[in-house]
Design a binder for this molecule. Structure first.
Ligand code: HMG
Ligand code: MG
Length: 298
């Protein structure tokens, strides 16, 4: 069966924008987040407290976050290490996300660490965040395929997933960073995670749409009991440290499917589409989302 309700974890302002070459003005980002909340999104990933040289687009996190204090939504932020946690907590963040990798190559390229070293880096971050009362999400990248290592064995993903949860993460987001997953692979991974004691209630799915499989993969995950789905308004995005990663599943495409299935999201599709059209104008190119295009050309 399918769930009656899905929680959308909106990542457009972070995963969506982090790859943009030209700096998006901080005020535009702030308006984007406000508009996403006004469209009914309740979890909006706002920015990252990473090294500014690694992701220059999000170097304005200190300026942006205070502009969001009146946003009626949860605003998780990415934090790779204690330095990032200090920055986030100083601004009053109450939801953070660490981001690990199932493969060594991506751990090295994205975090300058081995998988084991990155888990060791996250350990005090998660512990201190929990002490501070923050909610902690653990992202796991390259859960299906890796551009340098190829297909990623399910058992390897399960091992790092368990390690992340053992650190104390409240939820786990399974990242198909480069968008190569297909529905059977999704169900196989969820099945192995369940068998290893990781229930779908703690799992979110994070699909990129490179091969046009993101919606099919999402449906497969919903059929498996998942109720948290990551998506990016307008299908913005990509990862600067993973060549061949395109944008995430577009939030509009997701909402169109869920509306059709009678699954509640609380999102106003017209308001969301208008937001993505507005953002596409700011970025100077059309949204890749099929739903945004269809609804805005009516
Ligand atoms: P490093 O070079 O190993 O850093 O980078 P370090 O620990 O050696 O520190 C070097 C210097 O950086 C020090 O300064 C630190 O203070 C400073 P110095 O003493 O030399 O003056 N520094 C910082 N400054 C500000 N904020 C910080 C910070 N940390 C250190 N947080 C590091 C290691 C983790 C910092 C770096 O690799 C990094 O920032 N990586 C982030 C990469 C990233 O953001 N990638 C995109 C997000 S992941 C993603 O998109 C995938 C996802 O969507 C899921 C999916 O699709 O799979 C989540
Ligand atoms: Mg991503």
């Amino acid at each position: 069966g399918l769930p009656p309700r899905v929680r959308i974890h909106e990542v457009g302002a972070r995963d969506g924008l982090q790859n943009e070459k030209t700096a998006v003005p901080t005020e535009v980002k702030a308006e984007f987040v406000h508009r996403l909340a006004a469209a009914g999104l309740t979890t909006i990933e706002a920015t990252s407290f990473v090294h500014p040289k690694w992701v220059p687009q999000l170097a304005d996190a200190e300026q942006l976050f205070p502009l969001l204090s009146d946003v009626p939504a949860d605003l998780p932020v990415l934090v790779p290490n204690e330095r990032g946690l200090d920055r986030a907590l100083a601004l009053g963040a109450t939801r953070i996300a660490v981001f690990g990798s199932a493969t060594e190559t991506f751990a090295a390229r994205n975090l300058n660490r081995t998988v084991a070293e990155s888990l060791a880096m996250f350990e005090p971050v998660v512990a201190r965040a929990k002490e501070a009362g923050a909610h902690v999400r653990g992202y796991l990248s390259m859960c299906f395929g890796d551009p340098w290592e190829g297909a990623v064995p399910v058992h390897q993903v399960v091992r790092v997933a368990k390690d992340l949860l053992d650190l104390g993460c409240d939820e786990l987001s399974l990242g198909d960073t480069i968008g190569v997953a297909t529905p059977g692979h999704v169900q196989a991974l969820l099945g192995e995670l369940n068998a290893a004691g990781v229930g779908t209630d703690r799992i979110g799915v994070h699909f990129h749409d490179t091969y046009g499989q993101a919606l099919s993969n999402t449906l497969a995950a919903l059929q498996h009991g998942v109720t948290t789905v990551d998506a990016s308004a307008g299908g913005l995005g990509g990862c600067p440290y993973a060549k061949s990663a395109t944008g995430n599943l577009a939030t509009e495409d997701l909402v169109w499917m869920l509306d059709g299935l009678g699954i509640e999201t609380g999102v106003d599709l017209a308001a969301l589409t208008a937001t993505s059209v507005w953002m596409a104008e700011r970025l100077g190119r059309p949204s890749p989302s099929r739903t945004v295009r269809a609804l805005s050309h009516k």
